[in-house]
Write a protein that binds this ligand. Structure first.
Ligand code: ADP
Length: 448
């Protein structure tokens, strides 16, 4: 059953049920009130009917024929009952009662009819006879029920109209939501749902739209990533296959220099695939860190020698400034080395001969800081936000042959994040760049 029909049926059933309930309660309560009203007003009416009965008796000298007389003059409208002095019913608007006896509890409540001071009969208002309805009462109840039935009918029609309106207003956005999910399943994200009003359904549409946005972004990112990866793999693969094809055509063995070139390309490929694997593990949160307290000055001096040699070969001045109070750093030693080398190697790569690369290390109570500053090509301010994206390379670096895969900073950031730290960059184009890393100190809670 459709939502529209369901809501309409529920509303109509509710209206009918309440109509019936109101009817029953009204008939019960109002009839009682009506009885009381009739009874109260009977005194006046009874006086009149009493006069009629007395006149009949005075004229006839007995009650003979009173029943026939009653029907002729329309006594059934009066709702009165007449009995003789023994309580035997002589006239009742319902013929079946004639001849029976007035119930004991009512007997003493009748009105005595007199002719010349002699009691000739007793007159009772029918209301005294409990649940016996007078014709007037029945008609009253019928009219009342008719009115209620009409009311219920009109309200039912309203309920159907309101039900249809209500269900259309609920069903329309739901229908649109269903269509949107179907569109989304086919990869069409760009048609947002219309928002009606400010209720729960519009909240749902709003969050659906933002979910569609996020999905669109991540789909674009994924497509971009696949395109970037294939682009990155294409170059070494082209070199490899070209060289090998050529050698096959020539039908000669490879020269040692050619093998070295091919080997370089294979190593580049392996490095790229390894970096990608590393990054996806880190981003999925699957990379386990083996954090420990590292005695930093000794740890750094282990690879400082190699860095100095590299700086010298590039004719770059490498300055290292480790604050005297720095003793320990809480990190995974292998991963920390990766972070430091990525940043320092980038500084070397993007700094021209004669430049300076400065490494600073300091700490405060809760945090360990590490920065790498260079006097290199710098990064344009509009590109600063993007350099941590995978495969992103600035225009400046693309012009140079020195560029790497564009994965280094993405991996560095993922590693710093995995250590619950942060990495920031400040740069001026053609002047230089500073990367700063913060790693929280060991807080004594997750001691190994
Ligand atoms: P790459 O392997 O290309 O160096 P990274 O992810 O390490 O990739 O760096 C991304 C980009 O950020 C680089 O291509 C370069 O454009 C820019 N970049 C990184 N470090 C520096 C730096 N020290 N000076 C200038 N540009 C830098």
């Amino acid at each position: 059953m459709k939502l529209t029909s369901k809501i309409s049926v529920i509303l109509v059933v509710l209206v009918l049920m309440s109509g019936c309930l109101i009817g029953v309660l009204c008939v019960e309560n109002v009839s009682e009130a009506f009885d009381a009203y009739l009874f109260d007003n009977y005194e006046v009416m009874l006086d009149e009917w009493a006069r009629t009965f007395v006149a009949y008796y005075a004229h006839n000298g007995s009650w003979n024929g009173i029943e026939y007389f009653g029907r002729v003059v329309g006594l059934e409208q009066s709702g009165v009952v007449l009995s003789d002095l023994n309580g035997r019913i002589l006239y009742h608007f319902d013929r079946d009662y004639v001849g029976r006896h007035v119930p004991q509890e009512i007997f003493s409540r009748g009105y005595l009819l007199r002719v010349d001071h002699q009691v000739i009969g007793i007159l009772y208002p029918a209301a005294l006879f409990g649940d016996t309805f007078t014709i007037m009462q029945e008609e009253f109840a019928k009219a009342m029920m008719g009115g209620i039935a009409k009311g219920v009918l009109i309200i039912s029609l309203f309920a159907i109209v309101i039900g249809i309106g209500l269900s259309v207003s609920i069903a329309t956005p739901l229908k649109e939501l269903t269509q949107a999910t179907k569109r989304m399943a086919k990869g069409r994200f760009s048609e947002p749902l219309p928002i009606y009003g400010n209720d729960e359904i519009s909240d749902l549409s709003r969050s659906f739209n933002s979910m569609a946005n996020e999905l669109e972004k991540s789909t674009e990112l994924r497509q971009q990533m696949v395109a970037d990866i294939s682009h990155e793999l294409r170059t070494p693969l082209t070199v490899l296959s070209g060289k090998l094809e050529f050698t096959l055509e020539q039908n000669r063995p490879l020269e040692p220099e050619e093998v070295a070139v091919l080997y370089d390309e294979v190593i580049r490929l392996r490095g790229l695939v390894g970096e990608l694997q590393d990054l996806s593990r880190l981003e999925a949160g699957h990379a386990m860190l083996d954090k420990t307290l590292i005695a930093f000055p000794a740890y750094f001096s282990d690879f400082q020698v190699l860095l100095e040699a590299e700086a010298e070969s590039r004719n770059i001045d490498l300055c290292v400034d480790i604050a005297s109070d720095v003793e320990y750093c809480y990190a995974d030693p292998k991963r920390l080395k990766q972070i430091i080398l990525n940043l320092i190697n980038n500084a070397f790569r993007y700094t021209a001969e004669g430049g300076i690369v400065t490494v600073r290390v300091w700490q405060d109570k809760n945090e360990f800081y590490f920065s790498v500053q260079d006097t290199g090509i710098g990064i344009a301010s509009d590109e600063l936000d993007r350099i941590f994206e995978r495969f992103y390379r600035t225009d400046q670096s693309r012009d140079r042959e020195s560029g790497g895969s564009g994965l280094g900073l993405a991996i560095t950031k993922a590693l710093v994040d995995a250590h619950d730290g942060w990495i920031k960059v400040a740069s001026r184009l053609h002047e230089g760049t500073t990367f700063t890393v913060m790693l929280p100190h060991w807080n004594g809670m997750d001691a190994k």
